[in-house]
Design a protein around this ligand. Structure first.
Ligand SMILES: Nc1ncnc2c1ncn2[C@@H]1O[C@H](COP(=O)(O)OP(=O)(O)O)[C@@H](O)[C@H]1O
Ligand SMILES: [Mg+2]
Length: 288
């Protein structure tokens, strides 16, 4: 079959997955020889759903997310976005966007925040870009009239909202979040989690969230993948995690037990004061 025909086929309903990872392995060459950071990792996420990737430091989470973002080349295996193999490129693709851990590092301090939000829309006309930036800022609860202000005039929570607005600008199929709340004050973490849930309901992207916090994972995701030393120890729904059909890996069951003992919230978080922009486009900004 010609490549075109293959691509067309991939765009039809035969590919339900926004993102599919098949047998991903990543080796790094070091002085002490090869180091396998990821070993035969496979999963898929459909539109409107979220997978949480949980693991301790050094597990391979960042390497995995960088491979999905097209910033790192896998040693073997495939990354398919909407059924098409991801092309490795410098910078980000429109289809896969990323929300970083620390919003202060993610924004240009010398630029107005509106200009940063519109940055992925370089090919759009000025007027269209302006309109889209206004919509996006309203969507995340930031007053669009402050688009010309620089990052230092905003709180950490507001900056993470702005980073989320920028990631949503090109209407991505996949949104990657690397510890999206761990750099924020506890008081605003719930607001950002709620924001991610509400924008996903509207924008229907597939989410992948990296976190070491099972409560965050449970809040944002339906499915969870435990990674340790580059290997998948568990991959399934939270229902399967709490009521497993086969015996869990001892490391995974230990984490689940600890989470239960510390009574981590399971389910939705408190509304935390965030109100999404109303239908008539009026914005309601949050203070923190
Ligand atoms: N560029 C690199 N070169 C060599 N080794 C690397 C590189 N990036 C990551 N690693 C190694 O791969 C493993 C996984 O790292 P990483 O993906 O950062 O884990 P995590 O994000 O879960 O903490 C670690 O042992 C780390 O030292
Ligand atoms: Mg990491």
């Amino acid at each position: 079959m010609k490549k075109r025909a293959l691509e067309r086929r991939a765009e039809t309903s035969e590919t339900p997955w926004a993102i599919e990872i098949k047998g991903l392995t990543k080796r790094f060459l070091g002085r002490g020889g090869d180091h396998t950071a990821l070993s035969d990792v496979s999963f898929a996420v459909g539109r409107g759903r979220t997978l949480a990737i949980v693991g301790e430091s050094g597990a391979g989470k960042t390497t995995l997310i960088r491979c999905v973002a097209g910033l790192e080349r896998p040693s073997s295996g495939q990354v398919l976005v909407n059924g098409r193999e991801l092309q490795l490129r410098h910078g980000r693709t429109g289809h896969v966007q990323m929300v970083f851990q620390n919003p202060r590092d993610a924004l240009d301090p010398m630029r107005g925040i509106g200009s940063s939000v519109g940055e992925p829309l370089r090919k759009w006309s000025r007027a269209e870009r302006r309109k889209r930036v206004t919509t996006l800022l309203s969507l995340v609860g930031i007053d669009p009239r402050r688009a010309g202000r620089r990052p230092n005039e905003f709180s950490g929570g507001q900056l993470q909202r702005i980073v989320i607005a920028r990631a949503l600008a090109p209407s991505p199929s996949v949104l990657l979040c690397d510890e999206p709340t761990s750099a924020l004050d506890v008081s605003v973490q719930a607001q950002i989690l709620n924001l991610l849930l509400s924008v996903q309901e509207q924008e229907r992207f597939a989410g992948i969230v990296v976190t070491h916090d099972l409560a965050v994972a449970r809040t944002l995701a339906e499915d969870v993948l435990f990674l340790r030393a580059g290997r998948v120890l568990f991959h399934g729904s939270f229902e399967q995690l709490v009521d497993p059909a086969t015996e869990l890996d001892p490391y995974v069951s230990g984490l689940v037990r600890t989470a239960r003992e510390s009574e981590l919230p399971v389910g939705s978080v408190e509304a935390g004061g965030f109100r999404p922009a109303s239908d008539d486009g009026a914005w309601q900004e949050v203070a923190s």
